[in-house]
Design a protein around this ligand. Structure first.
Ligand SMILES: O=C(CCCCNC(=O)Nc1ccc(S(=O)(=O)N2CCN(c3cc(Cl)cc(C(F)(F)F)c3)CC2)cc1)NO
Ligand SMILES: [Mn+2]
Length: 240
Protein backbone atom coordinates (compact mmCIF):
# COMPACT_ATOMS: atom_id res chain seq x y z
CA UNK A 1 0.00 0.00 0.00
CA UNK A 2 1.21 3.50 -0.84
CA UNK A 3 0.32 7.05 0.21
CA UNK A 4 0.77 9.87 -2.34
CA UNK A 5 1.75 13.49 -1.61
CA UNK A 6 1.58 16.40 -4.09
CA UNK A 7 1.75 20.21 -3.80
CA UNK A 8 2.15 23.43 -5.83
CA UNK A 9 0.04 22.37 -8.80
CA UNK A 10 -0.96 26.09 -9.02
CA UNK A 11 -4.06 25.36 -11.13
CA UNK A 12 -5.48 28.37 -12.99
CA UNK A 13 -7.64 28.95 -16.07
CA UNK A 14 -4.61 30.37 -17.94
CA UNK A 15 -2.72 27.02 -17.69
CA UNK A 16 -5.00 24.39 -19.28
CA UNK A 17 -2.08 21.96 -19.81
CA UNK A 18 -1.47 21.76 -16.04
CA UNK A 19 -5.20 21.20 -15.45
CA UNK A 20 -5.21 18.41 -18.05
CA UNK A 21 -2.10 16.85 -16.49
CA UNK A 22 -3.61 16.99 -13.00
CA UNK A 23 -6.95 15.47 -14.16
CA UNK A 24 -5.04 12.65 -15.89
CA UNK A 25 -3.04 12.06 -12.67
CA UNK A 26 -6.31 11.82 -10.70
CA UNK A 27 -7.80 9.44 -13.28
CA UNK A 28 -4.82 7.17 -13.93
CA UNK A 29 -2.28 7.39 -11.06
CA UNK A 30 -4.05 8.45 -7.85
CA UNK A 31 -6.38 5.39 -7.80
CA UNK A 32 -3.28 3.25 -7.03
CA UNK A 33 -2.80 5.10 -3.72
CA UNK A 34 -4.54 4.32 -0.46
CA UNK A 35 -4.75 8.09 0.21
CA UNK A 36 -3.80 11.37 -1.51
CA UNK A 37 -2.46 14.36 0.45
CA UNK A 38 -2.40 17.76 -1.31
CA UNK A 39 0.06 19.96 0.61
CA UNK A 40 -1.09 23.40 -0.59
CA UNK A 41 -1.15 25.66 -3.61
CA UNK A 42 -3.46 23.30 -5.49
CA UNK A 43 -4.77 26.57 -6.98
CA UNK A 44 -2.75 29.63 -8.07
CA UNK A 45 -5.30 31.86 -6.37
CA UNK A 46 -8.42 31.53 -4.21
CA UNK A 47 -10.66 34.46 -3.26
CA UNK A 48 -13.55 32.49 -1.79
CA UNK A 49 -15.62 29.35 -2.38
CA UNK A 50 -18.26 31.53 -4.04
CA UNK A 51 -15.95 32.34 -6.98
CA UNK A 52 -17.94 30.74 -9.84
CA UNK A 53 -14.93 29.64 -11.92
CA UNK A 54 -15.72 26.53 -14.03
CA UNK A 55 -12.21 25.23 -13.14
CA UNK A 56 -13.17 24.95 -9.47
CA UNK A 57 -16.23 22.79 -10.18
CA UNK A 58 -14.23 20.64 -12.62
CA UNK A 59 -11.50 19.96 -10.02
CA UNK A 60 -14.04 19.38 -7.23
CA UNK A 61 -15.82 16.80 -9.40
CA UNK A 62 -12.58 14.94 -10.20
CA UNK A 63 -11.53 14.83 -6.52
CA UNK A 64 -15.06 13.75 -5.57
CA UNK A 65 -14.80 10.86 -8.06
CA UNK A 66 -11.46 9.78 -6.54
CA UNK A 67 -13.06 9.71 -3.08
CA UNK A 68 -15.98 7.67 -4.44
CA UNK A 69 -13.37 5.16 -5.70
CA UNK A 70 -12.28 4.73 -2.08
CA UNK A 71 -9.22 7.00 -2.12
CA UNK A 72 -9.60 9.64 0.64
CA UNK A 73 -8.05 13.03 -0.16
CA UNK A 74 -6.63 15.46 2.43
CA UNK A 75 -5.76 19.13 1.93
CA UNK A 76 -3.36 21.52 3.69
CA UNK A 77 -3.65 25.17 2.63
CA UNK A 78 -0.83 26.88 0.74
CA UNK A 79 0.10 30.55 0.65
CA UNK A 80 -2.05 30.99 -2.47
CA UNK A 81 -5.22 28.98 -1.70
CA UNK A 82 -5.36 29.66 2.06
CA UNK A 83 -9.02 30.74 1.76
CA UNK A 84 -10.20 27.43 0.27
CA UNK A 85 -13.12 26.59 2.52
CA UNK A 86 -15.74 24.16 3.74
CA UNK A 87 -17.94 24.45 0.64
CA UNK A 88 -15.17 23.35 -1.74
CA UNK A 89 -14.16 20.67 0.77
CA UNK A 90 -17.74 19.37 0.76
CA UNK A 91 -18.05 19.47 -3.05
CA UNK A 92 -14.69 17.72 -3.53
CA UNK A 93 -15.08 15.42 -0.47
CA UNK A 94 -11.58 16.55 0.63
CA UNK A 95 -10.76 16.64 4.34
CA UNK A 96 -9.21 19.99 5.35
CA UNK A 97 -6.20 19.56 7.67
CA UNK A 98 -4.50 22.10 9.97
CA UNK A 99 -1.36 23.86 8.66
CA UNK A 100 0.85 21.00 9.87
CA UNK A 101 0.11 17.39 10.84
CA UNK A 102 2.07 14.33 12.02
CA UNK A 103 1.15 11.10 10.23
CA UNK A 104 2.10 7.57 11.32
CA UNK A 105 2.79 5.90 7.95
CA UNK A 106 3.96 2.27 7.81
CA UNK A 107 5.77 2.67 11.13
CA UNK A 108 7.27 6.06 10.15
CA UNK A 109 6.39 9.38 11.77
CA UNK A 110 6.03 12.04 9.06
CA UNK A 111 5.38 15.79 9.52
CA UNK A 112 3.48 17.29 6.57
CA UNK A 113 2.98 21.01 5.89
CA UNK A 114 2.94 23.43 2.93
CA UNK A 115 6.40 24.85 3.71
CA UNK A 116 5.84 28.63 3.66
CA UNK A 117 5.99 28.73 7.47
CA UNK A 118 9.57 27.38 7.23
CA UNK A 119 10.69 30.41 5.19
CA UNK A 120 11.36 32.42 8.35
CA UNK A 121 14.07 34.53 6.67
CA UNK A 122 11.39 36.03 4.42
CA UNK A 123 10.25 38.53 7.08
CA UNK A 124 8.07 40.47 4.65
CA UNK A 125 6.16 37.37 3.63
CA UNK A 126 5.71 36.22 7.26
CA UNK A 127 4.20 39.64 8.06
CA UNK A 128 1.81 39.32 5.07
CA UNK A 129 0.93 35.77 6.15
CA UNK A 130 0.12 36.84 9.74
CA UNK A 131 -2.23 39.54 8.43
CA UNK A 132 -4.17 37.39 5.97
CA UNK A 133 -4.43 34.48 8.43
CA UNK A 134 -6.21 36.73 10.95
CA UNK A 135 -9.76 35.27 11.19
CA UNK A 136 -11.37 38.72 11.34
CA UNK A 137 -9.49 39.95 8.26
CA UNK A 138 -10.52 36.76 6.45
CA UNK A 139 -14.17 37.25 7.47
CA UNK A 140 -14.13 40.88 6.28
CA UNK A 141 -12.38 40.02 2.99
CA UNK A 142 -14.90 37.26 2.23
CA UNK A 143 -17.76 39.69 2.88
CA UNK A 144 -16.55 42.01 0.10
CA UNK A 145 -18.38 41.79 -3.25
CA UNK A 146 -16.70 39.25 -5.53
CA UNK A 147 -15.84 42.01 -8.01
CA UNK A 148 -13.75 43.86 -5.37
CA UNK A 149 -12.02 40.67 -4.28
CA UNK A 150 -11.11 39.93 -7.90
CA UNK A 151 -9.57 43.40 -8.25
CA UNK A 152 -7.59 43.14 -4.99
CA UNK A 153 -6.36 39.68 -5.98
CA UNK A 154 -5.25 40.81 -9.43
CA UNK A 155 -3.22 43.63 -7.83
CA UNK A 156 -1.70 41.33 -5.19
CA UNK A 157 -0.80 38.64 -7.72
CA UNK A 158 0.95 41.25 -9.85
CA UNK A 159 2.63 42.60 -6.71
CA UNK A 160 3.77 39.22 -5.43
CA UNK A 161 5.27 38.37 -8.85
CA UNK A 162 7.23 41.66 -8.79
CA UNK A 163 8.30 41.45 -5.14
CA UNK A 164 9.64 37.90 -5.54
CA UNK A 165 11.66 38.69 -8.62
CA UNK A 166 14.19 40.97 -6.85
CA UNK A 167 14.37 38.94 -3.61
CA UNK A 168 17.64 37.09 -3.09
CA UNK A 169 16.69 33.51 -4.00
CA UNK A 170 18.06 32.11 -0.73
CA UNK A 171 15.31 34.04 1.14
CA UNK A 172 12.74 31.99 -0.72
CA UNK A 173 14.14 28.72 0.61
CA UNK A 174 13.38 27.23 4.03
CA UNK A 175 15.42 28.19 7.07
CA UNK A 176 17.35 25.09 8.16
CA UNK A 177 16.98 25.95 11.86
CA UNK A 178 13.20 26.19 11.45
CA UNK A 179 13.24 22.74 9.78
CA UNK A 180 15.26 21.11 12.59
CA UNK A 181 13.15 22.85 15.27
CA UNK A 182 9.86 21.62 13.75
CA UNK A 183 11.11 18.04 13.29
CA UNK A 184 12.48 17.86 16.85
CA UNK A 185 9.38 19.48 18.32
CA UNK A 186 7.16 16.81 16.69
CA UNK A 187 9.61 13.93 17.16
CA UNK A 188 9.54 12.92 13.49
CA UNK A 189 12.19 11.36 11.23
CA UNK A 190 10.54 12.60 8.02
CA UNK A 191 9.18 15.94 6.81
CA UNK A 192 7.33 16.39 3.50
CA UNK A 193 6.52 19.87 2.16
CA UNK A 194 6.23 21.97 -1.00
CA UNK A 195 6.22 25.74 -1.55
CA UNK A 196 9.90 26.29 -2.45
CA UNK A 197 9.53 24.54 -5.84
CA UNK A 198 12.94 22.87 -5.23
CA UNK A 199 12.21 19.11 -5.44
CA UNK A 200 14.77 17.00 -3.54
CA UNK A 201 15.21 14.66 -0.58
CA UNK A 202 17.63 16.12 2.00
CA UNK A 203 19.25 14.59 5.08
CA UNK A 204 18.58 16.58 8.24
CA UNK A 205 20.95 16.41 11.23
CA UNK A 206 18.63 16.04 14.25
CA UNK A 207 21.28 15.90 16.98
CA UNK A 208 21.89 12.18 17.56
CA UNK A 209 19.41 11.03 14.88
CA UNK A 210 19.39 11.57 11.10
CA UNK A 211 16.14 12.87 9.64
CA UNK A 212 14.99 13.40 6.07
CA UNK A 213 13.12 16.23 4.33
CA UNK A 214 11.29 15.56 1.06
CA UNK A 215 10.46 18.65 -1.01
CA UNK A 216 7.79 18.38 -3.71
CA UNK A 217 8.23 20.03 -7.09
CA UNK A 218 5.78 22.49 -8.65
CA UNK A 219 3.72 21.27 -11.60
CA UNK A 220 5.07 23.59 -14.29
CA UNK A 221 6.20 21.27 -17.11
CA UNK A 222 5.81 17.93 -15.30
CA UNK A 223 4.12 16.35 -12.31
CA UNK A 224 5.85 15.70 -8.98
CA UNK A 225 4.75 13.19 -6.34
CA UNK A 226 6.20 11.70 -3.15
CA UNK A 227 5.17 8.08 -2.66
CA UNK A 228 5.46 6.65 0.87
CA UNK A 229 5.15 2.89 1.41
CA UNK A 230 6.52 0.23 3.76
CA UNK A 231 9.52 -0.01 1.37
CA UNK A 232 10.46 3.66 1.77
CA UNK A 233 9.97 7.19 0.44
CA UNK A 234 10.30 8.05 -3.27
CA UNK A 235 10.25 11.46 -5.01
CA UNK A 236 9.03 11.00 -8.58
CA UNK A 237 8.64 13.49 -11.43
CA UNK A 238 6.68 12.50 -14.53
CA UNK A 239 5.50 14.16 -17.76
CA UNK A 240 1.86 15.30 -17.52
O1 LIG B 1 3.84 31.62 -4.12
C1 LIG B 1 4.95 31.23 -3.71
C2 LIG B 1 6.07 32.22 -3.38
C3 LIG B 1 5.72 33.11 -2.17
C4 LIG B 1 4.80 34.21 -2.59
C5 LIG B 1 4.07 34.81 -1.37
N1 LIG B 1 3.03 35.68 -1.89
C6 LIG B 1 1.75 35.24 -2.03
O2 LIG B 1 1.42 34.14 -1.62
N2 LIG B 1 0.92 36.12 -2.65
C7 LIG B 1 -0.42 35.91 -2.97
C8 LIG B 1 -1.19 34.86 -2.46
C9 LIG B 1 -2.53 34.71 -2.84
C10 LIG B 1 -3.08 35.60 -3.74
S1 LIG B 1 -4.75 35.44 -4.18
O3 LIG B 1 -4.95 36.13 -5.40
O4 LIG B 1 -5.13 34.05 -4.15
N3 LIG B 1 -5.60 36.21 -3.01
C11 LIG B 1 -5.28 37.64 -2.86
C12 LIG B 1 -6.25 38.33 -1.93
N4 LIG B 1 -6.39 37.60 -0.67
C13 LIG B 1 -6.66 38.28 0.52
C14 LIG B 1 -7.14 37.57 1.61
C15 LIG B 1 -7.39 38.25 2.79
CL1 LIG B 1 -7.96 37.36 4.12
C16 LIG B 1 -7.16 39.60 2.93
C17 LIG B 1 -6.68 40.29 1.83
C18 LIG B 1 -6.41 41.77 1.94
F1 LIG B 1 -6.66 42.20 3.17
F2 LIG B 1 -5.14 42.00 1.62
F3 LIG B 1 -7.21 42.41 1.08
C19 LIG B 1 -6.42 39.65 0.62
C20 LIG B 1 -6.75 36.19 -0.85
C21 LIG B 1 -5.76 35.47 -1.76
C22 LIG B 1 -2.33 36.64 -4.27
C23 LIG B 1 -1.00 36.79 -3.87
N5 LIG B 1 5.18 29.93 -3.56
O5 LIG B 1 4.17 29.01 -3.82
MN1 LIG C 1 3.51 28.01 -2.10
Amino acid sequence: MTTFFIADIHLCAQEPAITAGFLRFLREDAPQAEALYILGDLFEAWIGDDDPQPLHAEIARALNTLHQQGIPCFFIHGNRDFLLGRRFARDSLMTLLPEKKVLELYGRRVLILHGDTLCTDDVGYQKFRKKVHNPLIQKLFLMLPLKWRLQIAAKMRAGSKASNSHKDLTIMDVNQHAVVQEMQRHGVEWMIHGHTHRPAIHNVELGEALGHRAVLGAWHEEGSVVKVSADGVELITFPF
